[in-house]
Ligand binder design. Structure first.
Ligand SMILES: [Zn+2]
Length: 459
């Protein structure tokens, strides 16, 4: 069904992310058939008519944000349960995740989507957390968001309960998942191969899944990390660093996006650069999880070598929030501090990772990520009539350093207005919030996962 045409008229600024990185003061955008048809000065487009005109004089327009690594599932129901002194919560995480029912997962996914869209994210990668994609399809469809999903598989022993299969079964499952899901929702849904990690998958499985991604014209993602200990283990076992090992078995390439990628060294960055492999980094997760960004984070070096880096938020019990504006802020400030060098990750670079570069990392850079004629109309309109946006001279600095997702006013995906002046209309939020709280209480009771609700007495 064709969406009505739309004109965003006389925006305070349109941050285009086009080839010249133009920022158009007093800019207008015309959207027809779900795509951007014209972008320019409001005066030049004064004659352009549309079914709906949004008066954008107080709004700053950016491309829609992408989230390159975002576990959508159990965590929304039990967000914030892990105390800071817990150490690794992974054993609890997988226990809770495995216990989710279909109906529960539908509601927690819906909540995640509300949060994503209201913070300006138009496309996210769920690295295989969703157990019941059939049930969740309705949520994706109703919300109008873009989703990249897959079937998480492993074929080796893991220290926590992951979905484990025989190698052939894991390949067959991925093959049928791709066949069933890739390209649905008018192309808004993409299916990728999603082996969990190199440590939990055999080389045979990883190779076969990469081949499937190649054959089907889609991508592959997996969790990946390195560092002194992992490097020593891999060098002892394979004579290669972790990332070199992936290259040696043919599992790197432009249709591969490695998640986290902390701890990689220069030689490993070179592997990624020469194979065109992309990376999704989760700056807030890294900081909150005390992952040692000063020692292990290589975002500036990856970008300098031309590696496409997307930002992610990981699970809502890792970063806890799904706000890519806050992720941009963290990326921009954490490397300045880590390197004691204010030139690291400028605000513009952070915004590129959240939009165009991130979209390229996820293989959707031809369709979204910038505001240019011919691209899909995926747009975020920020409300500047708020204290944190004053005074406004440099919209990029204000966005990355002053603002957060709460000033997202309107969101458009595929030419359809999905958040309209702060409101979405695909779900009753009050009922959904109550339902998710109830799901969380039941999930904790059922699994026996229990923590004091606070380190301070709740009376
Ligand atoms: Zn993950």
């Amino acid at each position: 069904m064709a969406e009505p045409s739309l004109k965003i008229d006389n925006a305070r600024y349109v941050v285009t992310l086009d080839g010249q990185r133009r920022i158009i003061g007093g800019g207008s955008i015309v959207v027809e058939g779900g795509r951007i048809s014209r972008v320019g000065k409001a005066a030049a487009l004064a004659g352009a008519r549309a079914d709906r005109v949004i008066d954008a004089r107080h709004l700053v327009v950016t491309p829609g944000f992408v989230n390159g690594h975002m576990h959508i599932s159990y965590a929304h129901a039990v967000r914030g349960i892990f105390p800071d002194d817990l150490g690794s919560p992974l054993a609890h995480v997988f226990k809770l995740q495995m216990a989710m029912t279909e109906e529960e997962e539908y509601h927690t996914s819906l909540l995640a989507i509300v949060e994503l869209l209201k913070n300006g994210t138009v496309c996210f990668v769920d690295p295989g957390s969703t157990k019941f994609p059939d049930a969740c399809l309705q949520a994706y469809e109703d919300a109008g968001i873009r989703v990249i999903m897959g079937d998480c598989v492993t074929d080796r022993e893991a220290p926590f309960p992951l979905p484990r299969y025989g190698t052939d079964e894991a390949i067959a499952r991925t093959s049928s998942f791709l066949a069933k899901w890739h390209g649905r929702l008018d192309g808004r849904l993409r299916a990728w191969a999603m082996p969990f990690s190199p440590e939990t998958c055999s080389a045979e499985l990883l190779r076969a899944l990469k081949r499937l991604a190649d054959e089907r014209g889609t991508m592959l993602t997996l969790h990946h990390g390195s560092g002194p200990k992992a490097r020593k283990d891999y060098l002892d076992r394979h004579g290669l660093r972790p990332t070199e090992y992936l290259e040696s078995i043919g599992v790197l390439g432009p249709n591969v996006c490695l998640a986290h990628a902390l701890g990689i060294d220069e030689a490993e960055i070179d592997c990624l650069a020469r194979t065109g492999t992309a990376v999704a980094m989760c700056p807030v997760t890294a900081a909150k999880g005390a992952r040692g960004v000063p020692e292990h984070g290589r975002m500036p070096e990856l970008l300098a070598k031309g590696v496409k880096v997307a930002l992610g938020s990981d699970s809502p019990n890792n970063s806890n929030h799904l706000d890519i504006v806050r992720a941009m802020n963290m990326a921009a400030i954490q490397y300045k501090d880590a390197r004691q060098d204010m030139r690291q990750i400028p605000a513009e670079t952070a915004l590129e990772m959240a939009t165009l570069t991130g979209a390229q990392a996820l293989g959707v850079g031809d369709a979204i990520g910038s505001i240019e004629p011919g691209k899909k109309a995926d747009l975020v309109l920020f409300d500047t009539e708020r204290p944190e946006w004053q005074a406004l001279f440099n919209p990029i600095n204000n966005l990355v350093y002053n603002a957060d997702g709460r000033s997202v006013h309107t969101v458009i995906v595929d030419g359809r207005v999905v958040v309209d002046a702060y409101r979405q209309s695909f779900v009753d939020e009050a009922r959904l919030f109550a339902r998710v709280q109830e799901i969380g209480e039941r999930l904790l009771a059922r699994t026996g996962v229990t923590f004091p609700r606070s380190r301070w007495p709740i009376v």
